[in-house]
Design a protein around this ligand. Structure first.
Ligand code: GLU
Length: 473
């Protein structure tokens, strides 16, 4: 049997973290079993579905690398098929027309509530003598009255729901359009879905769907209902907790690999292993490994994973994503190979690509001003002599290399009998504008002789201004 899974989002918003995790689990299971992964867009709610949401979902999936083998299939393209199945159920007496108006149904509910009964459709149109087609009506599925529905949920275990708890579900509205639970059933059936992996907010729909599948003579798929995701405060994850749309994570500077690793651990585990690259996830993923308890979002852990992948993925891969962020921040990089040198240096002190990009700005643009504190502390009048000497030594280097720049710094220290702080820090502020940066000799070697010379000269001018000002006082 070939495993066929699906991700079936309703395009009523962006692809959120919960949806992305469901998609990931379905995708992983299909990839692991060499099965098929179907992408189905459940867009029958025309008022709430938008083109922009469809695009956001497709973009999110593709950014995460969750490729599909079939689809996207749009439910709105399948109305003829849904109507065909509705007709079939009507002809077989497995569905019937129901003529109660909304007002009558409301009345029915009120009376049931007053009697202390559970409000539900009472089935009074189940056995009418005639079913005129030209009177306003909905179509209801004739749910079995007796017995129970059993779900052997792959996450939750055995669940039994008595049919007496379920009423006759509306499968087509008065305007003839099919309803949500019905379209899901027809699609899962037609698409040969073997494993339905979805959020446990759908668990109440499952017995209804199983009954309809049975009535159609369809194979009932296996179900795995995945627990929800909570925010770090234990409440259901929502916008309050920060970014919830997948593309927002891209914008905030996360690598798709980090988010995938983070998502797979949200509700699934393999011993106490935390780091999984995509190949490992595929190899180790199992539905049995999905946790029953809800999992809580933890931004610190995501940041930790992101930094881990910035440091360990091939720099060429990180460079591609970084380049996107540099552009976003208006930083043009002509020679991309430079990024591969800079990434290992800068990722030590950054958790996101966004930080990485902004911290590297001075490697691609002039330093327009010195950080006030750093300048106050390190571009003092006493720093002029060491900086001048170092500038000369650097200028006279024949080969511009990190090693030779390091020797120039050391010689300056020896000749002037000063420590690293008295030359390294002024140089740092001169070159980067800031008081913190990766190793100066490497940065200088990347920047080139001309730029370093220029920046040191600017810093010397700054010091000179400062000296003049202090003399005037
Ligand atoms: N369209 C549903 C949703 O976005 C998912 C339905 C399903 O997976 O069966 O919540």
């Amino acid at each position: 049997m070939t495993v066929i899974t699906r991700f079936a989002p309703s395009p009523t918003g962006y692809l959120h973290v919960g949806g992305a995790r469901t998609a990931l689990f379905s995708w992983l299971y299909a990839r692991k079993t060499q099965g098929e992964f179907v992408l189905r867009i459940e867009d029958t709610d025309r008022e709430r579905s938008t083109e922009a949401s469809v695009q956001a979902i497709l973009d999110g999936m593709s950014w995460l690398g969750l490729d599909h083998d079939r689809g996207p299939i749009y439910q709105t393209d399948r109305f003829d098929r849904y109507n065909e199945v509705i007709q079939q159920l009507l002809e077989e007496g497995k569905a019937y027309r129901c003529y109660h108006s909304q007002a009558e149904l409301d009345d029915m509910r009120e009376q049931q509530k007053a009697r202390g009964d559970k409000p539900r459709y009472d089935g009074s149109c189940r056995n009418l003598a005639e079913y005129p087609e030209d009177q306003p009506h909905v179509i209801r599925f004739r749910n079995p009255i007796e017995g129970s529905v059993y779900i052997d949920d792959l996450v939750r275990g055995q669940i039994e729901i008595s049919n007496s708890e379920l009423d006759d579900l509306i499968i087509a509205r008065t305007d003839g359009t099919p309803t949500y639970n019905f379209t899901v059933v027809v699609d899962d059936w037609d698409m040969g879905i073997t494993h339905v992996i979805r959020g446990d907010d759908h668990i109440n729909n499952t017995p209804k769907q199983i009954n309809i599948l049975r009535a159609l003579g369809a194979e009932v798929p296996k179900y795995a209902h995945v627990p929800m995701i909570l925010g770090d405060d234990g409440k259901r994850l929502s916008k309050r907790h920060g970014a919830v749309g997948v593309m927002q994570y891209r914008d905030d500077g996360y690598l798709p690999q980090a988010l995938l690793n983070y998502l797979v651990r949200l509700g699934w585990s393999h011993g106490d292993q935390e780091i999984f690259n995509v190949d490992e996830m595929i190899e180790l993923f199992s539905l049995e490994g999905i946790n029953r308890a809800p999992s809580a979002f933890n931004t610190e852990k995501l940041n930790w994973l992101n930094q881990h992948y910035m440091k360990t993925l091939p720099t060429s891969e990180v460079a591609q994503h970084l380049d996107w962020h540099l552009k976003e921040q208006g930083i043009e990089v002509s020679d991309k190979s430079v990024l591969e040198v800079l990434i290992p240096l800068f990722s030590e002190r950054c958790e996101t690509l966004k930080q990485l990009a902004s911290q590297m700005r001075y490697m691609f643009e002039d330093v327009s001003e010195f950080n006030a504190n750093a300048a106050k502390k390190h571009l003092k009048v006493s720093a002029a002599a060491p900086l001048k000497l170092l500038k000369e030594k650097m200028q006279s280097l024949n080969e511009w290399s990190a090693e030779n720049i390091e020797s120039a710094i050391e010689q300056t220290m020896t000749e002037l009998e000063i420590g690293m702080g008295k030359i390294g820090m002024p140089l740092r502020v001169a070159i980067t504008g800031a008081g913190q940066s990766p190793a100066m000799n490497i940065l200088c070697s990347v920047l080139g002789k001309g730029i370093c010379n220029q920046r040191i000269e600017l810093a010397l001018e700054f010091i000179e201004q400062r000296r003049l000002q202090s003399e005037q006082r």
